[in-house]
Design a protein around this ligand. Structure first.
Ligand code: HSE
Length: 433
């Protein structure tokens, strides 16, 4: 059978990893596909010093690859919105299948791209866009296809998890760890995407659509980063039996779909609370299977290449079987997509960790607990630290509460004369099955 010819657009960390793994494992991959895969052309801005590209055709024009009649599959690894979107749409219009690792592209423009792919009967595969090497799209779209998925929660940004882990284990400074993550090739070109949760929100948006069969709605995803997490909160969480993780969480409720990324206290005994460093994990609760968890490297050259090539292998198998009926991009037939709304954060129910500095005098705690009681908020635990000055830190853990009620209660607490400064609040999730 004729080899399948691929064009790689973008030859940085993931592009280089993809080229090297394709070369190193070509025999094993061909045993799986029954057909050779050759890299026909590479579009790069500069040579990748980790790759020996030999006599492979090289260009600096990505659209030359999308318009190259000898390319069957275009692998898009340039990232970002434009020109990635136009590149992918050009490849689709030219009848090429596409593999992409571009989460921003899929989260924001996926609805349009998938519609174009269906119209031209080509595949747009995006496993590598979420959680690096973990085959989470495949697991949900195929392995869990029998289930009605109730919720999923994931640590889906390796850089953020690496930073939180190093801060907790080694007491390292935020900026120092971030720089190391950049040097290791984990971080986004703009690392605020990692630390402010945008990268995780892109990935969660895609996961939510694959889980529930809803259109991609990145603009509706609540996004809060880790840049305000203090060493004090990390230590307090530990002492209460929790870990702080940057979590993406999406849940089906009778009122709509929760779609939210934020720092979260998780009981330390949960498996997912012990996912450290650049590792990612996604915990999926299906009604038939119960809880399942998927764990692996969330970033880096070859882990991400592993997902890129897995998608490519699927496409090559489809091509060899002369498949003309394609799996729907999100795993649900387009005409059955759900119109469940995304639930506003004000209506989301979670427990809360609160930290506040109060004056050391009688009756202050009584005023605070009165406000919480009046708002119908039940207290799970309360801790007042030994005072070393006129200011005393008070930590409160609540039972689950509607977020809108918590917002009003916090505003009332902050208005008290003996509560100084802002109340720090972090959501708490039990993540029990
Ligand atoms: N910056 C991303 C991360 C890379 O740290 O997880 C993988 O998407």
């Amino acid at each position: 059978m004729k080899p399948v010819r691929v064009g790689i657009c973008g030859f940085g960390t993931v592009g280089g990893g993809t080229f090297n793994v394709l070369g190193r494992n070509s025999k094993e991959i061909t045993r799986r596909t029954g057909r050779a895969i050759v890299v026909e052309q590479i579009a790069q801005r500069r040579p990748n010093i980790n790759c020996d590209t030999g006599d492979t055709s090289i260009t600096d024009d990505i659209f030359a690859v999308a318009n190259n009649p000898n390319v069957d599959v275009l692998i898009e690894l340039i990232g970002g919105h434009e020109p990635a979107k136009e590149l992918v749409l050009t490849a689709i219009r030219n009848g090429k299948h596409v593999v992409t690792a571009n989460k921003a592209l899929i989260a924001v423009h996926g609805n349009e791209i998938f519609e174009a792919a269906a119209k031209h009967n080509v595949v747009v595969a995006y496993e590598a866009a979420i959680a690096g090497g973990i085959p989470i799209v495949k697991a949900m779209r195929e392995g869990l296809a029998a289930n009605s998925i109730d919720w999923l929660a994931g640590i889906i940004n390796g850089t953020g998890n690496f930073i939180l882990t190093e801060m907790r284990d080694k007491g390292r400074a935020f900026a120092d760890v971030l720089q190391e993550a950049q040097e290791l090739g984990y971080a986004e070109a703009d690392p605020t995407f990692d630390v402010e949760g945008i990268d995780a929100a892109h990935k969660l948006t895609i996961l939510s659509s694959v889980a529930f069969g809803i259109p991609l709605q990145f603009d509706q995803c609540y996004t809060e980063g880790i840049s305000k997490i203090s060493a004090q909160d990390v230590a307090n969480a530990e002492s209460l039996g929790f870990r702080i993780k940057h979590l993406g969480l999406t849940r089906r409720t009778s009122e709509g779909i929760e779609l939210r990324v934020h720092p979260t206290l998780i009981p330390e005994k949960r498996l997912i609370a012990n996912v450290n460093g650049v590792m990612n994990a996604v915990l999926v609760e299906g009604d038939a299977v119960g809880p399942t968890m998927y764990y692996g490297a969330g970033a880096g050259a070859e882990p991400t290449a592993s997902s890129v090539i897995a998608d490519l292998v699927d496409i090559v198998r489809d091509m060899s079987l002369d498949q003309t009926v394609r799996m729907p991009s999100l795993g649900f037939s387009p005409e059955t997509m759900s119109d469940s709304p995304i639930l506003p954060m004000e209506k989301v129910v979670t427990a809360f960790y609160m930290r506040m500095n109060v004056s050391e005098k009688p009756g202050v705690l009584a005023q605070i607990t009165q406000i919480l009681g009046d708002a119908g908020i039940s207290i799970e635990a309360i801790r007042q630290h030994t005072h070393v000055s006129a200011q005393v830190p008070v930590i409160i853990l609540t039972r689950p509460v509607v977020e809108g009620h918590m917002n009003s209660a916090i505003a009332a607490i902050e208005a008290l004369a003996d509560v100084n400064g802002e109340v720090t609040r972090i959501r708490v999730e039990n993540l029990g099955g």
